[in-house]
Write a protein that binds this ligand. Structure first.
Ligand code: ADP
Ligand code: MG
Length: 697
């Protein structure tokens, strides 16, 4: 039943069909409710006036009260500009216009007192504001609102008078009518316990704040509510699944014990043991496992995966491991085949380049149950790939896979949904993990195998290249191998390929004595593989590559990672690349090469890399720099379309809201208690409007 808030925006006084269409197109606002949730993205204090003497270049927008003492046009042609000299009792500054000069001249009254508003820029010792907002000072200006809301808008909307002020005007009209219709959406118990503002004043205050303190409370309340319902939904999903999805009981440890006693090549770390135990407890519980394993690069996730496979196979089911690239699938297959052979288990590899005859064999062996472990790429997901009894599905390097693909794995066992282990080497800040994987159980491998020396990272400018070459030579003479990585970013693929080739040639010239490998995305998979293999076997000493080597590739003898144009990589990518070295016993190095002029963000990225090896710390910085949507790729960004909450800043609110949701579900999992009726109604009404949450897993 459509309610008041579903009313189409064109029926709002002051909007009409034309503006409504623009609001639809430009801001995705269709209804009263959606307009009401178009919250200001910042506020300006319009009671505070800056003195000209106190201006600094770092200030954002400021408001200055002064007298316009003179105007003049300076320059001509395209460089013509209008300058207004603006004075208060502390000094003088300039107001400048480059466009619409004639029109502005007509509007200005020399000698009048104005409020000028804009961002001050410094030229020499003088300040100026370009294209200021100007308003004649009157007594009425004194009584206006302390905090003016600033709404996001677009050029097209501005042209139709829907600039921030215009939006504020229609918001005012809407609020007058809508306020009585707004109902509380959080139960009193929660409002009281967390000292939250009620919904009605919160909505009013966020648009038209009466003072900073109430505004803060309004924002807090609305963020809390948003996080609370997102978390409630995810936790509920998790509950329903653990209750509804029976899992087959995989509890036999005979194979595991045999492997552990006779074959395992190293002692497991404490963290590996703990995570294996957590997964094992899930697999034998009779409930379906949905677990995310977060572990920094090199923390030994593969061994954890293999041991879990042994539990599944020991309990008469099969296991599969899906990797995001062919190179990785190959490497997993090679590494695990050694162990599988020791244990007398059958393992196979299925990728896009598996031959048809081989494929057929694999399909048959999977169906008969003869094949115990299948390693592969997306090729695993094809419908034709059917198992006799898939007990455990492992997804490596999760961030490359979409939600829909995970769902396909589920369908691989008709009787019981397979247990699912998702492994990611991209450490995710807690807030993100709770949202993105809020419906999964999370295990963290927070310990690296003993004896690893931390990778030493340095930042060098292009002019130091000769020294870096000298360093490469020294390391190779010590018997090590070296990666040199170039960026390859799609929009400039041709240029990048050229810089890779130029780089390759200059390296070949600098090191005629060493055989080189080269790998890039434009090569045929077979050629790529051949080159990779030569490097893996140690036949080549230097691997020149694009980021195709980013994930998972393991060459313990490679101890140097040179990253060219490092300023062009994102933080998590840099961290992933660096993780390709430091896998053996030798001291490893990462050299970040960049040009001299760097943007602020690039500098923060490179400094962070030099400062720390800790993936979680790096992920936090990355989240702050890029924001959550970007961090996880567009694939999953839908679920992070928060209206007001900000995952990079609001960790504390999120944690409190999640706890609150958890407490409620612990006492009343179905939300059937009368005191939770309001919550239940809210969950149900939101379900209609929002993304299909059941897809998220
Ligand atoms: P990742 O977590 O990045 O996938 P891998 O599973 O590839 O890491 O392991 C990295 C390297 O560390 C491999 O060479 C692996 O054999 C080795 N390794 C894993 N666990 C241990 C351990 N407990 N002790 C020593 N080496 C280990
Ligand atoms: Mg790995």
């Amino acid at each position: 039943m459509p309610g008041y808030f579903d009313t189409k925006i064109e029926f709002l006084k002051g909007v009409g069909p034309q503006k409504a269409e623009l609001l639809n197109k430009e801001l995705n606002i269709f209804t009263f409710g959606e307009l009401l949730q178009h919250y200001p993205f910042r506020y300006e204090d319009r009671t505070k006036f800056y003195k000209i003497r106190h201006l600094t270049a770092e200030l954002d927008h400021v408001q200055i009260l002064g007298r316009l003492v003179k105007i003049e046009t300076i320059g001509d042609g395209r460089r013509k500009r209008l300058v207004g000299y603006f004075r208060d009792e502390t000094g003088e500054m300039e107001l400048t216009w480059f466009k619409g000069v004639q029109w502005v001249v007509k509007k200005l009254t020399v000698g009048a007192v104005y409020i000028a508003f804009g961002k001050p820029n410094q030229y020499g010792r003088k300040f100026s504001i370009a294209h200021p907002e100007l308003e004649i000072y009157t007594a009425a200006t004194e009584n206006r609102n302390a905090f003016q809301p600033i709404y996001s808008t677009t050029e097209k909307l501005r042209a139709k008078f829907l600039d921030s002020k215009g939006i504020s005007k229609i918001m005012e009209i809407l609020l007058q009518n809508a306020l009585p219709q707004i109902h509380e959406t959080l139960p009193t118990s929660i409002l009281e316990r967390f000292n939250l503002l009620a919904k009605k004043p919160a909505i009013k205050e966020i648009h038209f704040p009466s003072n900073p303190e109430v505004l803060r409370k309004a924002i807090y309340r609305l963020k809390f509510e948003e996080f609370f319902y997102v978390q409630l939904r995810l936790l509920k999903l998790k509950l329903t699944r653990t209750e509804k999805s029976q899992g087959q009981i995989l509890s036999d440890t005979n194979l595991l014990t045999e492997f552990y006693k006779n074959h395992i090549p190293f002692e497991l770390t404490g963290a590996q043991k703990r995570v294996i135990k957590e997964a094992y407890n899930d697999m034998r519980s009779g409930k379906q496992m949905n677990r995310l394993i977060q572990g920094d690069v090199g923390s030994g996730k593969t061994m954890v995966a293999f041991i879990c496979c042994l539990v599944a196979i020991g309990s008469s089911s099969q296991a599969c491991l899906m990797a995001p690239t062919e190179i990785l699938a190959n490497q997993h297959h090679e590494g695990l085949k050694e162990f599988a052979d020791m244990m007398g288990l059958n393992i196979a590899l299925l990728t896009g380049s598996t031959k048809k005859s081989e494929r057929k064999k694999i399909h048959a062996a999977l169906l008969s149950g003869e094949l115990h472990i299948l390693i592969g790429t997306h090729a695993l997901l094809e419908d034709i790939v059917q198992f006799k009894n898939l007990g455990l599905a492992i997804v490596d390097e999760q961030h490359r896979f979409g939600v829909a693909q995970r769902a396909k794995l589920w369908a691989k066992n008709k009787q019981f949904v397979p247990h699912v282990l998702v492994m990611t080497a991209t450490p995710i800040p807690r807030t993100l993990a709770m949202t993105l994987y809020g419906d999964l159980d999370i295990s963290v491998i927070d310990e690296l195998p003993a004896g690893r020396k931390p990778i030493q990272t340095v930042h060098r400018y292009d002019k130091d290249r000769l020294k870096v070459f000298g360093f490469i030579k020294k390391e190779i003479e010590l018997g090590r191998q070296v990666y040199i990585v170039y960026p390859l970013i799609e929009e400039s693929e041709k240029m990048d390929l050229k810089s890779l080739m130029d780089g390759y040639e200059s390296i070949a010239r600098a090191f005629p004595q060493y055989p080189l490998s080269i790998v890039h995305g434009a090569m045929k998979p077979a050629d790529k593989d051949y080159e990779m293999q030569r490097f893996v076997k140690g036949e080549t000493k230097i691997m020149v590559a694009t980021t195709v080597i980013e994930v998972g590739v393991n060459v313990p003898n490679a101890s140097v990672m040179i990253i060219e144009n490092a300023e062009r990589f994102g933080l998590s990518q840099l961290h992933q690349l660096r993780g390709r070295v430091g896998r053996g016993a030798e001291q490893s190095y990462c050299v970040l090469m960049s040009k001299y002029e760097l943007s602020k963000d690039s500098r923060i990225r490179l400094d962070t890399m030099v400062r720390t090896n800790n993936g979680f710390e790096i992920a936090d910085v990355d989240l702050k720099l890029r924001g959550p949507g970007d961090l996880m790729g567009t694939q999953q960004s839908g679920i992070m379309d928060l209206l007001i909450g900000d995952l990079s800043k609001d960790a504390p609110i999120l944690a409190i809201a999640r706890d609150a949701a958890q407490n409620i579900l612990a006492e009343d999992p179905d939300l059937s208690h009368p005191s939770n009726a309001l919550i239940l109604r809210q969950v149900q009404s939101q379900r209609k409007h929002q993304v299909n949450w059941s897809r998220i897993s």
